[in-house]
Design a protein around this ligand. Structure first.
Ligand SMILES: Nc1ncnc2c1ncn2[C@@H]1O[C@H](COP(=O)(O)OP(=O)(O)O)[C@@H](O)[C@H]1O
Ligand SMILES: [Mg+2]
Length: 254
């Protein structure tokens, strides 16, 4: 099998004397949807933020273990955290929209990186909005406040902002849990389309979504108060009828 695009080995996160995540080892392969499920508080968001070094913006949390992107440690001395975060983008549960225009929101990240000429920004914005299936809905209101968009449109706007930086990997943290069924379906269809060109790590609470969208799945549960990967593999195996008791309890809503 090809080398994983992202790999963690013995990843542990602590907050003072408390262990939040313990010994997480995962291999994520290119152009797949890698699903992460597990109960609230198990450390799914924490794990996601380790994968593009967002976690280090919270100084109280300490990370040990290794994260490799294309085989190289993301903590290496030559790795620039901003550049890494543009190659491994993230989409949060609640859309994070700035009180600026639709256009300014889309180009916010690429402008910050300073790698694209100002004259090219309209084209970059159009392409990203098309990729996020939002162009037709916003093409006549690019310079209006983005906060006037519906929540479902705001989430696709955030996806467009991430896509504008041309990431290879997109980390999605429960991207549909704040959305109505129609907006959820729009994001799910986008995930299916985007995995042809991107690798997606999808945290979801929705077992149907995990079954339907994930090519590989890992379940994180609490053991002795810390999140551990209890099982990983094909979704049908992870969600099988004789799985680990923690997964069974989770699936049963316990
Ligand atoms: N900055 C922090 N300081 C201390 N504990 C934190 C911090 N952020 C998250 N945690 C704790 O880490 C655990 C895992 O949280 P999280 O990754 O958000 O779980 P999940 O996404 O699976 O619901 C929780 O117990 C949470 O309270
Ligand atoms: Mg979370």
């Amino acid at each position: 099998m090809a080398e994983p695009i992202l790999q963690t080995q013995s990843l542990t996160v602590t907050a003072g004397s408390r262990t939040l995540l313990r010994g997480v080892s995962l291999s994520i392969h290119e152009k797949q949807v890698f699903g992460l499920i597990g109960p609230s508080g198990a450390g799914k968001s924490t794990l996601l933020k380790c994968l593009n070094r967002l976690l280090e913006l919270t100084p109280a949390l300490k990370v040990s273990g290794v994260v490799r992107f294309h085989g190289e440690s993301i903590h290496g001395p030559t790795v620039d955290a901003d550049a890494l975060r543009s190659r491994i983008g993230i989409l949060f549960q609640q859309p994070i929209v700035f009180p600026k225009s639709v256009f300014q929101n889309v180009v916010f990240g690429v402008k910050h990186l300073g790698v694209i000429q100002k004259s090219a920004l309209p084209e970059v914005a159009e392409q990203a909005l098309r990729e996020a299936s939002l162009w037709d809905e916003v093409k006549d209101r690019l310079h209006q406040p983005a906060l006037r968009l519906s929540v479902g449109q705001q989430q696709r706007l955030c996806l467009a902002r991430t896509l504008a930086s041309q990431p290879e990997v997109i980390l999605m943290d429960e991207p549909t849990s704040a959305l109505d069924p129609k907006s959820t379906e729009a994001i799910e269809q986008l995930i299916v389309r985007l995995k042809k060109t991107h690798t997606i790590v999808l945290v979801t609470h929705n077992v149907r979504q995990a079954r339907q969208l994930a090519d590989q799945l890992a379940c994180i549960c609490l053991r002795d108060g810390a999140g551990e990967v209890i099982s990983q593999g094909e979704p049908c195996d992870v969600l099988c009828s004789n799985c680990a008791p923690e997964i069974e309890a989770y699936l049963a809503g316990g």
